[in-house]
Design a protein around this ligand. Structure first.
Ligand code: OAD
Length: 246
């Protein structure tokens, strides 16, 4: 039985604006690998500098394209889990809500989240690596080399944020605004190691919000959380919404 403090449940019930930051841990119970979990994380098996940087794509576009195509194909077999559904339910229960996710798996939208910003893009979408033209959703199997832009003939690439790249400005601005204005900030399933996303809960704390961390493990963000729900998001988030709204 998960115990949520009555003061946290009340704070959520009375909140005008709730902001949320999620990371790969929220999709872990859907079977989507995280990045930094010791044995199972993607960065435990692959070198991010070989696969998730602009230089890697320039060096070996087919290797990078195929790796994202493989991850995209696996996502076709997974479903949102109770953590995603709890956040979609929370959005329906509070007056104002914003969910900023670092995840590129599209599972929050599939669970019904609407006020959603994808800080690191979306793996289902591809864009031109040169002119930036969005080429839409992509599910074709990998061909001999990445497909080419119909406008400028450069290689298409996944529309995700790689290391050393800027976040989509509109998403970052919306997330920072919500962090400054929210009454409750929930940070779930993130190691808090990647910036600027990890700055959001700290901005919320400085602006006076009540910060809640949901993670089975301690992170650098645990120290700034008023409430720590030390367990899996698929258990803790439904318990939190139930405690606040029945
Ligand atoms: P990480 O893999 O760095 O962290 C995953 C976090 O989820 C860890 O703190 C785990 O303890 C926690 N976790 C694991 N299972 C969980 C569960 N069932 N419920 C809740 N939490 C759980 O993933 P992120 O923090 O999302 O960026 O990584 C941030 C960014 O680094 C990603 O967006 C990606 C990566 O490199 C880029 O690729 C640009």
């Amino acid at each position: 039985m998960t115990v949520i403090s009555t003061s946290l449940a009340q704070a959520l019930r009375e909140a005008r604006l709730v902001a949320v930051l999620t990371g790969a841990g929220v999709s872990a119970e859907s079977g989507v690998p995280t990045f930094r979990d010791a044995q199972t994380g993607l960065w435990a098996k692959y070198d991010p500098h070989e696969l998730a940087t602009p230089a890697a794509f320039r060096r070996n576009p087919k290797l990078v394209w195929d790796w994202y195509a493989e991850r995209r194909a696996k996502l076709a077999e997974v479903e949102p889990n109770p953590a995603h559904h709890a956040l979609a339910e929370l959005e329906r229960r509070v007056p104002h809500f914003l969910l900023a996710t670092q995840n590129v798996d599209g599972l929050h939208a599939r669970a019904g989240s609407r006020n959603l910003v994808e800080l690191h893009g979306n793996i289902a979408r591809v864009k031109c690596s040169a002119c930036g033209a969005i080429a839409g959703e992509w599910s074709e199997p990998a061909s001999s080399e990445p497909p080419r832009c119909s406008k400028c003939n450069a290689f298409l690439r996944p529309d995700v944020v790689w290391f050393y790249e800027l976040l989509p400005a509109d998403a970052q601005i919306a997330a920072e605004k919500a962090a400054h204005e929210c009454d409750v900030f929930i940070v779930a399933g993130t190691s808090g190691e990647v910036y600027p996303a990890a700055e959001l809960p700290q901005r919320a704390r400085r602006a006076g919000a009540r910060v809640v961390e949901v993670n089975p493990e301690p992170t650098p963000l645990s120290a700034i959380a008023h409430d720590v729900l030390r367990g899996p998001a698929g258990v803790m988030l439904p318990a939190l919404v139930r405690a606040a709204f029945g």
